[in-house]
Design a protein around this ligand. Structure first.
Ligand SMILES: NC(=O)c1ccc[n+]([C@@H]2O[C@H](COP(=O)([O-])OP(=O)(O)OC[C@H]3O[C@@H](n4cnc5c(N)ncnc54)[C@H](O)[C@@H]3O)[C@@H](O)[C@H]2O)c1
Ligand SMILES: [Zn+2]
Ligand SMILES: [Zn+2]
Length: 361
């Protein structure tokens, strides 16, 4: 048995996305079908459409979602129909070399649904990040469903499924920002602003937001930035040094994914400081740095996959903090849109008009 629903696919490199009928198989062992209620538009969806992730077209886009479990496969016990869940792209396996060493937040063998969703002619779809949630329903591994308090609106809760978790986690998990640290965040879209929220939560003394768009800097201030730098007008490395007693920041988070901004992050940190790369580069990008500077400046150069989060630990915790008013996840939602508006939302993202457009179903 299977069912047909509407979903947004990216048919080929740089081709406009379109709404198509997709076929969802009934959940098999270890799988769940989720009725999607909301799914945010993340820059990574645009990377997929542009062929920047891989060439496995057609993609079923969308991966930042919340919804209600509709049905589960025969052996699924952790979630049940009716549960309100955030979808995650780190369904921890418990058995890979990283999990066995007690580091499940890096899990190297995360679970996705085994069966394929298809177009009506049988063409197999590649779901973005193993999720594919710009669709009325989607098929995932049951471990990709993290139960949270249904009192939070799906449009808000879903943001933790990718960008907001990636940003907050880049600060609190990967960057290990601590009380009194100086932090700079380069690129203040949804992910960078979430890194600012995470840095504030962790007790950073000074948070410097860097972007090339003044509107983004304005928003970054409302998220907790104490200082802003427009790097189109001002050299960000110099500006960050000036704002940190001439030394550079303890932690610099790169949330753009480009060699030049990575280089800025590298030189804008203090000796023995930390650079966190959370922006996703494309395959042709290269970085050149004097090896002596890599050695001589010490510290650590880290990448942050999904904010090094553990969904079972971090999603409910951040939902709690949101409900207590200690973070405001709602501030990330610029607009809610329909399934047919994703292409327009990409254009608005490209123009810098939005932090998050969220598809509401
Ligand atoms: N590592 C992860 O797990 C993970 C998860 C989600 C998203 N991402 C990546 O994070 C990045 C940001 O995603 P987003 O959704 O916030 O995107 P976005 O498009 O909303 O934000 C990007 C921001 O960077 C700014 N920017 C662009 N060029 C700049 C430059 N040269 N200097 C300074 N600022 C510049 C833009 O003005 C914008 O504010 C993307 O590369 C995305 O793929 C990574
Ligand atoms: Zn694992
Ligand atoms: Zn994403």
């Amino acid at each position: 048995m299977s069912q047909q629903v509407q979903g947004v696919i990216a048919p080929g490199k740089n081709e406009p996305v379109r709404v198509e009928t997709i076929v969802i198989p009934d959940p098999g062992p270890g799988e769940a079908v989720v009725k999607v209620q909301a799914c945010g538009v993340c820059h990574t969806d645009l990377h997929y459409k542009q062929g920047g992730i891989n060439d496995d077209f057609p993609f079923l886009l969308g991966h930042e979602a919340a919804g209600v479990v509709e049905s589960v496969g025969p052996d699924v016990t952790d979630v049940a129909p009716g549960d309100f869940v955030i979808l995650n792209w780190r369904a921890v396996c418990g058995r890979c070399r990283s999990c066995l060493r007690g580091r499940p937040w890096y899990c190297f063998d995360t679970h996705n649904a085994r069966q394929k969703m298809t177009l009506t002619d049988g063409t197999e779809l590649s779901p973005a990040l193993g999720i594919g949630a710009f669709a009325e329903k989607t098929l995932v591994a049951a471990g990709q469903c993290t139960k949270v308090d249904p009192a939070v609106a799906p449009s808000v809760a879903g943001l933790l499924g990718c960008g907001v978790m990636a940003g907050i986690g880049a600060a609190i998990n990967t960057g290990e920002v601590g009380r009194g640290d100086t932090v700079a965040v380069i690129g203040c879209g949804g992910v960078g602003d979430a890194a600012i929220v995470g840095a504030r939560l962790a007790g950073a003394a000074r948070i410097i937001a860097v972007d090339i768009d003044d509107r983004k800097l304005q928003t970054a201030k409302t998220m907790g930035a104490t200082h802003t730098v427009n790097s189109r007008a001002t050299d960000p490395v110099e500006a960050i040094r000036e704002l940190t007693g001439g030394f550079g920041a303890d932690v610099v988070i790169e949330a753009v994914g480009r060699p030049e901004t990575y280089q800025q992050a590298f030189y804008a940190r203090d000796l023995a400081g930390t650079v966190v790369l959370v922006g996703v580069p494309t395959p042709e990008m290269k970085l050149e740095l004097p090896l002596l500077d890599v050695f001589g400046r010490g510290g650590s150069l880290k990448s942050s996959w999904y904010g090094d989060c553990l969904p079972s630990r971090d999603f409910p915790m951040l939902i709690d903090l949101h409900q207590q008013g200690r973070i405001d996840l709602g501030a990330f939602v610029t607009e809610t849109i329909g399934l047919g508006d994703v292409e327009k939302a990409f254009a608005r993202m490209h123009e810098g008009d939005v932090l998050r457009s969220v598809v509401q179903l």
